[in-house]
Design a protein around this ligand. Sequence first.
Ligand SMILES: Cc1cc2nc3c(=O)[nH]c(=O)nc-3n(C[C@H](O)[C@H](O)[C@H](O)COP(=O)(O)OP(=O)(O)OC[C@H]3O[C@@H](n4cnc5c(N)ncnc54)[C@H](O)[C@@H]3O)c2cc1C
Length: 330
Amino acid sequence: MADVAVIGGGISGIACARALAARGISVDVLDRGRAIGGRLATQTLRDSGTPWDGRVVDVGASYLTADDPAFVAVVRDWVARGVAREWTDTFHVADAAGIIGPKLGPMRYAAPGGMRSLVVDLASRLPADLVDVRHPVDIAGPVEIGSGGVRVDGADYRAAALCGPDPQMLTLAPAGPVRDALEHSPTWEPVMSLTAVYDGRTWGPLDGVFVNDDAVLTFVADDGRRRGDDAPVLVAHSTPVLAAAHLRDPAAAAPAMLSALHQIVAGVDPDWFTVKRWTYARPTRSRDEDHVLDGVVGAAGDSWARGPRTQAAWVSGDSLGRALADRLAA
Ligand SMILES: Cc1cc2nc3c(=O)[nH]c(=O)nc-3n(C[C@H](O)[C@H](O)[C@H](O)COP(=O)(O)OP(=O)(O)OC[C@H]3O[C@@H](n4cnc5c(N)ncnc54)[C@H](O)[C@@H]3O)c2cc1C
């Protein structure tokens, strides 16, 4: 049996496992998904009736930015190996009526193989003799505290790390400071992510569009330019209010999102579309602390480390892994 159970195979969980393994500590990463990656999510187009079946689309995080030195090093390594690419520093701004103009910002990084491939790459480079990444493994009950460590899903470990959205990790936290911290979580907002496949490009050279003051959309990404293959695929993110109104029936959010996408960017309807629901897409704010750790149970994710964004999830998971390693060595 491994030393530590890391529950959650998103980027925070894999960063935590990486930090533990770097100190020679063995880890089981347990994720309930069919694939690891969490909200760095990539879906494969299937049965779309378009030439793009088999192509992957980024339906979760749109891109990442990096200014933390340790995370910058990770991103540079991805870029050097072609796993990530510089996408753009220029998005456009729009309102409900259409595009207003370009806006310069930080460099946004994307992944030719889809954002999930970044997490898969990190996991693939962990030492196989120390880290076992298992999925789908749905941890149903709370971590139990024992005399010599913890019990997770009937197995004994020296410690456990809960890595992911607070509302999901709350159900796994034993009574105590970690659970208290997760109970005092920021509010988490839902998002609907609409993928739309077109016959061809009807819009100008746009990478991403921030949509302001609209009741339906907040952001639109050109997935073809993001991934670098120029496929005529747009991914639109809804406002939290629209998503909250359709959580039980995500497909019912499509008409309003398609209409807004038509008006603001495309000017035509797509040949095919699908909607993905994110019940816990992102916290409305995040904490300054990097993680919470009490004894041998800790929690990490993008509601820590000055998130919410991918970099914060990585920093949070990495810091929890290092703190747990110190704790286990003491
Ligand atoms: C629509 C959307 C757009 C976004 N856009 C951006 C962006 O442009 N830039 C940016 O930087 N960030 C963006 N983000 C945020 C970014 O995706 C997250 O910050 C990051 O992926 C969080 O990683 P994490 O490891 O903390 O959590 P997650 O990625 O959510 O990983 C948690 C993992 O835990 C697993 N899990 C949960 N419960 C259990 C259980 N009981 N048992 C086993 N496993 C479990 C899940 O399957 C999941 O894989 C976006 C997110 C969404 C949803």
